[in-house]
Design a binder for this molecule. Structure first.
Ligand code: GLN
Length: 194
């Protein structure tokens, strides 16, 4: 079974572990640089991207995660995790950095504050039927995508909320909290395909 890790500095780590375990993955919690050597794929959870960024730098994880991404490790980021994968962000806190690797610009808190969280059904052609029931919680939006980036899902008004670039997958919403397993299954396919 694929060996995958969930970056466990802050955020909804347990929800990801549960989905990945149900799908048959061998899942570890990743907090230290040395732990990256034992996995073939990494999940960046939802939470607060500025906090995860600060902790990643404090724990010496920023450069090792960047190196893993540059080395081709498949990574799936949800919400805060999408922000952390983006090459560029707008509306970050002062000095906020990302791991990067995904050639997109992401706007943090694009829908407003916590009270502007919402759920909706999304057509995701890459996943087929039925539509994905998606929870947006202080969610980001993808404002610009580079040439090598595939758009997997958009809102009715065209705003982009799920993307893939090779082994990098990112959703502005949280499949791990709505019982939606197909994005994690796609991520595990990317890990197996390496
Ligand atoms: N707004 C959060 C951030 O900036 C993301 C929210 C989430 O992951 N649900 O990281």
């Amino acid at each position: 079974s694929p060996r995958v890790g969930v970056l466990s500095l802050q955020g909804d780590v347990r929800e990801h572990v549960r989905v990945l375990t149900v799908l048959g993955a061998d899942v570890s919690l990743i907090r230290r640089p040395g732990e990256l050597a034992s996995i073939d794929g990494l999940v960046l959870p939802g939470g607060e991207s500025s906090v995860i960024d600060k902790l990643a730098r404090a724990f010496g994880m920023q450069q090792p995660v960047r190196a893993a991404i540059a080395g081709g490790m498949p990574v799936y980021g949800t919400c805060a995790g999408m922000i952390l994968l983006a090459d560029d962000i707008t509306d970050g806190i002062a000095g906020q950095e990302t791991f990067g690797g995904l050639d997109v610009t992401v706007r943090r808190n694009a829908f407003g504050s916590q009270v502007d969280s919402f759920e909706t059904d999304l057509d995701v052609p890459a996943l087929g039927a039925p539509p994905v029931h998606a929870a947006f919680i202080r969610a980001p939006l993808v404002e610009a995508v580079g040439e090598g980036v595939d758009v997997l899902a958009s809102l009715d008004d065209g705003r982009v909320v799920a993307v893939q670039q090779g082994g990098l997958l990112a959703t502005a919403f949280h499949p791990e909290v709505t019982g939606e397993h197909r994005f994690h299954a796609l991520f595990l396919d990317l890990v197996r395909g390496r």
